[in-house]
Ligand binder design. Structure first.
Ligand code: UD1
Ligand code: CA
Length: 492
């Protein structure tokens, strides 16, 4: 019995991608949590080819670094000059050594290609005992692709590149996708026969098909069920389209797993995201990296979460979180900015305009309004008053602040690190705390207030304030309406 695994999988990734007009090698452009190449390798990996070879050229240092980092066992083959897809495959096959059996070829710029489609191609290849089996697609707009030419019986006879095609061939809407399975020996023999006698002066892999047919070899084909899966990314417009399609695929997957997504069109996420049933995502939510959201949590509208874990029943509204862990039942936002190393306990709160970094907040503790919490540890059931700043930076070094359990930090407290506020302690509003506050004490660190009677009438004579002061002094304000100027803002 022959091995059903391919002998070699070749990924073509040496091209510059001129049409991208970018300094970054085309295959390293990213979408939905991976590079284009990363998506292709993820589709190829389950085939368990005996060798997986990636032809690299343009930007090869970066492409090889990416391979090193993310691709298990895929080896680079260097193509010094990009003399065409046929040339690239020839180099890869030479690098593979004396192999026999199936050789799978995929382009590095087809991120939506699935393992299932390549497997279907493999099956057709084996069934038909073909020398080559190619994946084709019917494109609503075939511009730029090589066209599939068939004879009267429907057999493939050639692939003609658009630049080499006459008007009749350009009318054809069936295109080559650059996804193939070849018999290794037939491929090797025919790659040696390729010429550069064409519009682009390159060795076209597509020409192998015409050569095989002319020799009477079997060339089989599979037409993709969904042409969108074979979309090649050659420019920024196609990249955006591919990203949209991949987003649709990922979002649909999670909806089928029981996630409520109120506006799929404005919800974006990468392949590394993990969601549980009964998560709700509202509009304009973006989830990146390995963000994980547990059952009952509600995220959005208007959230961007990167490498963040949201535990069961937590809510995150209009917030930006990176590298944060949000405890069960916690409430975040609106307008919170949680930076790496932030860990929030169960039922805790980071409220409006609160920024946190490298901060641990214990269960049931709250930072409700307008605060910066950096390099800090806050115990359980503590409350941090509005506009408190954990002053963590002395201009040279960062320092840590520790706040105990059941603490009440008054509004507008500056906690100048390193400093510690003990269990059950208070700080007075407006304090600049530079020394530790022992457990149960209140730290008061502010000027005592003094009032200078009559100052306004004397020093601001003729103003509306002086006039009001005079009326107040003469007792004439009774019965006039309040200006509201003296009302206290809400603080907690
Ligand atoms: C190629 C096919 C075309 C097909 C289309 C599908 C050829 C000649 N044309 O055209 O029939 O419809 O793909 O998307 O095969 N590459 C190398 N080395 C090279 C040249 C290219 O590694 O010397 C790589 C590129 O990085 C890319 C892939 O091969 O990943 C395809 O090359 P590209 O230039 O995008 O070919 P297309 O013009 O799209
Ligand atoms: Ca292409």
């Amino acid at each position: 019995m022959t091995d059903s695994r391919p002998a070699v999988a070749i990924v073509l990734a040496a091209g510059q991608g001129t049409r991208m007009k970018s300094a970054t090698a085309k295959v390293l452009h990213t979408m939905c949590g991976r590079t284009l190449l990363g998506h292709v390798l993820a589709a190829v990996e389950p085939l368990q080819a005996q060798q997986t070879l990636v032809v690299v050229g343009h930007g090869r240092d970066q492409v090889m670094a990416e391979l090193e980092k993310s691709a298990d066992g895929a080896k680079p083959v260097i193509q010094e000059e990009q003399n065409g897809t046929g040339h690239a495959v020839r180099l890869a096959l030479d690098a593979a050594g004396e192999v026999e059996g199936a050789v799978v070829v995929v382009p590095g710029d087809t991120p939506l290609l699935t393992t299932a489609t390549i497997e279907a191609l493999m099956r057709r290849h084996v069934e038909t005992v073909a020398a080559a089996t190619l994946l084709t697609a019917r494109m609503p707009d075939p511009t730029g692709y090589g066209r599939i030419v068939r004879d009267a019986d429907g057999h493939v006879t050639a692939i003609v590149e658009e630049k080499d095609a006459d008007e009749r061939i350009r009318q054809l809407d069936e295109v080559g996708t650059s996804v193939y399975v070849f018999d290794a020996a037939k491929l090797r023999a025919n790659l040696a026969r390729l010429t550069t006698d064409n519009a682009q002066g390159e060795e076209y892999l597509t020409d192998v098909i015409g050569l095989l047919v002319a020799d009477g070899d079997v060339v089989a084909s599979v037409t993709a069920d969904d042409h969108r899966e074979t979309l090649g990314v050659n420019d920024q417009v196609q990249k955006a389209e591919a990203r949209r399609l991949m987003r649709d695929r990922i979002v649909e997957h999670w909806m089928r797993e029981g996630v409520t997504i109120t506006d799929p069109q404005t919800t974006w996420m990468g392949v590394g995201v993990r969601l549980e049933a009964d998560v709700t995502l509202h509009q304009n939510t973006q989830l990146h990296g390995n963000t994980t959201i547990k059952s009952g949590a509600v995220v959005g509208p208007d959230c961007t979460l990167t490498n963040t874990t949201v535990h069961a029943g937590a809510t995150v509204v209009k917030s930006h979180c990176d590298g944060a862990e949000i405890g069960p039942g916690a409430t975040i936002g609106p307008y919170s900015y949680l930076r790496p190393g932030t860990t929030l306990g169960a039922r805790s709160k980071a409220g409006a305009y609160v920024e946190m970094k490298a901060a641990t907040v214990g269960d049931d503790s709250k930072v409700p309004h307008l605060s910066y919490v950096g390099d800090a540890e806050i115990g359980e059931r503590s409350n941090i008053g509005a506009a408190t700043v954990f002053v963590n930076y002395d201009g040279i070094e960062k320092h840590r602040t520790k706040v105990g359990d059941d603490v009440r930090v008054g509004s507008d407290t500056m906690l100048v690190a390193p400093v510690e506020v003990g269990d059950g302690a208070y700080t007075a509003a407006g304090s600049v705390i530079t020394e530790d506050v022992p457990p149960g004490a209140i730290g008061v660190a502010r000027e005592r207030q003094r009032n200078i009677e009559g100052w306004v009438e004397k020093r601001r004579a003729g103003t509306k304030s002086a006039e009001a002061a005079r009326r107040a002094r003469e007792g004439s304000t009774i019965g006039t309406e309040s200006t509201g100027a003296g009302e206290q803002g809400e603080q907690q």
